[in-house]
Design a protein around this ligand. Structure first.
Ligand SMILES: NC(=O)c1ccc[n+]([C@@H]2O[C@H](COP(=O)([O-])OP(=O)(O)OC[C@H]3O[C@@H](n4cnc5c(N)ncnc54)[C@H](OP(=O)(O)O)[C@@H]3O)[C@@H](O)[C@H]2O)c1
Length: 327
């Protein structure tokens, strides 16, 4: 890994630590860092040998040496930083969920396109080698046509309504936090956008979506069902069904192994590609390749589709974040 591009990290929480650790593991470095709480940025810089710490977040955007900004703040702070980075000619890799809704994402995509900049969501599923391998198998035709998928994600979070999982002021709710993984997985396998979107939802007392069933269908009669919960553990399991067999992926947000069962004789095939411990390395590498080539190979189209699904669902649920309410 070269240090061809200067990365600035914005935010110093859990995932930013994973990012810096993986970047270094790849033999690269992080050029600079900024955080809401300056002292934490200083500690982060010491921990990862980062030379430049900005006093203010906006200093990132004014630094001509920054090529790529990695945004790792809560979802409701993404759009502001994405737009500032793009306005200042920086490429952007932004944590999931990339924005709160489709309008925000649309404005970011338009700006990125108008400036020939790479904008991408840091969605592990789009970058893990396992999925690339599965795509090859599917394209070979041996599984036949896609029929349906069942994808779950359930975490048990204590009922603390101030934490980011339930707090509407921090863009809480299962859909944006974990549903984005399930829907990204579904979208990768469905061959067309599912415009028939139905659901059931249960809200936490804050108004954040705590639990939901989501069913999807597209014009090719491909189906998917997704079950989410923030207060009931479920295996993170994806079952993807084709004419001639089915693919099972456990821990699908970061997976390196899948099993295919061929239904004609029930024989199974284990597919192994990549390594889950390198999950962020793949997205960093793919982002650098996209920036180097000038071509957005980061599956932004899927990100846009998933955001459309989530925006449609929240509209049906009449669920608005404070940023979306008319002032
Ligand atoms: N891809 C993945 O596998 C993965 C995993 C976990 C999370 N994520 C995503 O990454 C993002 C961050 O999650 P996390 O778990 O790392 O969160 P976290 O540990 O709580 O860290 C949040 C970071 O954002 C900063 N921040 C909080 N509120 C802010 C505000 N109003 N303005 C500016 N900065 C603010 C915090 O700064 P302070 O130090 O000042 O508090 C902290 O640096 C979320 O969008 C989440 O969905 C992705």
């Amino acid at each position: 890994m070269s240090n061809k591009f200067n990365w600035a990290v914005l935010g110093c929480g859990n995932i930013a630590n994973d990012f810096a650790r993986d970047r270094i593991k790849m033999g690269g470095n992080v050029y600079s860092v900024a955080n809401r709480t300056y002292e934490k940025a200083v500690d982060f810089a010491k921990k990862y040998g980062i030379e430049k710490v900005y006093e203010n977040i906006d200093d990132i955007f004014a630094d001509d040496n920054v090529d790529i900004v990695y945004i790792a703040t809560p979802h409701n702070k993404h759009i502001e930083y994405i737009l500032k980075a793009l306005e200042n000619d920086k490429h952007v890799l932004c944590e999931k969920a990339i924005t709160l809704n489709s309008d925000e994402l649309c404005s970011a995509v338009e700006l990125a396109n108008s400036k020939n900049l790479i904008l991408a969501e840091a969605m592990t599923i789009y970058n893990m080698p396992l999925y690339i391998e599965l795509e090859k198998i599917i394209s070979s035709g041996k599984l036949g046509n896609f029929r349906l998928a069942q994808v779950n994600f359930g975490s048990f979070k204590e009922y603390d309504m101030t934490n980011r999982f339930f707090n509407m002021d921090l863009a809480g709710g299962a859909l944006l936090d974990i549903g984005v993984y399930a829907l990204s997985c579904v979208r990768m396998f469905m061959t067309e956008y599912p415009d028939d979107i139905k659901s059931q939802v249960k809200f936490a007392v804050t108004g954040a979506d705590e639990q939901s069933n989501i069913i999807l269908r597209n014009s090719k009669e491909e189906f998917a069902s997704v079950t989410l919960s923030l207060h009931a553990k479920q295996p993170k399991r994806a079952t993807i069904c084709y004419d001639n067999g089915y693919i099972e992926i456990f821990e699908y947000p970061r997976a390196d192994t899948a099993t295919i069962t061929y239904t004609e004789d029930n024989h199974t095939e284990t597919i192994k590609a990549g390594d889950i411990s390198n999950a962020l390395c793949y997205e960093i590498e793919n982002m650098e390749n996209a920036v180097a080539s000038g071509e957005n190979t980061m599956r932004l189209g899927y990100t846009v589709d998933v955001m459309n699904i989530m925006t449609t669902l929240r509209k049906d649920w009449n669920m608005k974040y404070p940023e979306e309410r008319v002032k």
